[in-house]
Design a binder for this molecule. Sequence first.
Ligand code: ADP
Ligand code: MG
Length: 285
Amino acid sequence: MSTATAEPQGTTSLGEDRTPVLTARGLTKKFVSRSSLGFKKGEVTAVDNIDLDLYRGETYGLVGESGSGKSTTGRLLQGLIIPTEGTITLDGEELDATDKKGSKHLRRDIQMIFQDPHSSLNPRRRIRQILEEALLIVGERDKKVIKERIRESLEAVGFNEEHAERFPHEFSGGQRQRIGIARALMVSPKVLICDEPVSALDVSIQAQVLNLLRKLQRERGLTYLFISHDMSVVRYLADRVGVMLKGKLVEQNTADELYNNPQHEYTQELLSSVPIEHPSQRGQK
Ligand code: ADP
Ligand code: MG
C-alpha cells in the first residue's frame, strides 16, 4: 500500500473533504537542453518522480526557489505539457493528455491563473471576448449560457457587465488579475492552479487578490494548487505545503507543522531567510 492511501479519511478540522480530486503518481518531466546550434546538450529533469494529492476544497502551497520545477508541475497537472513518466488522476479517472477526451476534460476542470496578467490577456480584445473565448474553447455555443456566465464570473470577482466592454489596458494590475480569475471561473473548474498569482503585483494589493481567492474557495469549494516562491503569501493561504528542490518534493506537511517544525534542511533555510509577514501588513513600515 502506498503512503498516499494511508491518508486520513473523512473531514478534517479544516472542513475540507478528504477525497483527492487530483492525484499525481511518479510524475516526471525531462526537457532536452540544446546548444545555440540546436545540438542536444543534455537532459534537465525539471520534475522528478513526484507523488501529489490535492484534496477537495484545500489549498496546497507549492514552494521552492526559482528553477525547482514548480511551474512545470503546474503545467503538467493542467495538461499543457505531457509527462515523460507518471500518471495524473482527476476524480478517480486517469487522464491521458494525448487523447482528445482527456485533454478536453483537463481544460475544463483544471484552470490556470498566471503570474503576469498583462501578457495573459490579449490587449486587442474586450473583456467580454476574452471571457467568451474560455467557453468557446470547451465547445459551449449557447449565447444565453455564455452571456449569463460572463455576468456571473465578473460579479464573482467584483466587476459588473459594464466592465465587459472595456479593454485590458483600462484596468490596473490587480484588476487585471481579477479578470484572469474571472476567465478561469468561466468553465466552472474544480481545480485552480495559481502560478505566482500575486508576485507581479504591488504589495499593497496582493492581499486583495489573496482574499478574493479565499472567498471564491469558500463559496465554490474550489481546490487550489498555489505556487509561490513567497513563504509569507503561502503561509497566509495554504492548508498544506510541499517544498520542491531540484525537481523533487523534499518535504510535505500541514502548513502549521511545516512552518513551526520544518524537517528538511532546505525548508529550514527557506524559512530562516525571510520574515513571515501577514500580507496585509506588508510594506507598512
Ligand atoms: P520554477 O517554476 O520552480 O521556477 P520551472 O518549472 O520553471 O521552475 O523550471 C524547472 C527547470 O526546468 C529549470 O531548470 C528550467 O530551466 C527547466 N525548464 C522549464 N521549462 C523548460 C522548457 N520548456 N525547456 C527546457 N527546459 C525547461
Ligand atoms: Mg515558475
